[in-house]
Design a protein around this ligand. Structure first.
Ligand SMILES: [Zn+2]
Length: 129
């Protein structure tokens, strides 16, 4: 495997919990109201430093979508998924956007969101719980 170029983001950064690779910016959040199997997930306009896996058709609560898993280039762990095609008209806004699973990433203030552990409460992270 060749050496991958890692982009450094500036600002309020969400990074990989495992290897601290920068993945997305706070201002690129479209929605914080997404959910994955493990809890909260955020929809981002743009994500950086990820590789996109195989496209597959997946039935979600909002209908059928063509999605692809996305992986951190730093450590190869799965961090979320990308919407390639949404079949429902009212879900079309998601196309080309990516979801990061909250528990896989560290927030701008270094906060982590742990599943099955004590959740960090307080601080500056304006989560809509
Ligand atoms: Zn990583």
């Amino acid at each position: 495997m060749g050496r991958l170029f890692v982009v450094t983001l500036e600002g309020k950064i969400y990074s990989c919990k495992h290897c601290k690779t920068h993945l997305a910016l706070y201002e690129d959040i479209v929605s914080k109201s997404f959910r994955c199997r493990h809890g909260k997930a955020y929809l981002f306009n743009n994500v950086a430093n990820v590789t996109v896996g195989e496209k597959e058709e997946r039935a979600m609560m909002t209908g059928l979508h063509i999605v692809a898993d996305i992986f951190c280039v730093g450590c190869g762990s799965i961090v979320g998924w990308k919407y390639e095609i949404a079949h429902e008209t009212d879900q079309k806004y998601k196309e080309g956007k990516s979801v990061l699973e909250r528990f896989k990433i560290s927030g701008p203030d270094g906060s982590n969101y742990w599943i099955g552990h004590e959740t960090y409460v307080g601080g500056s992270d304006a989560d809509d719980v």
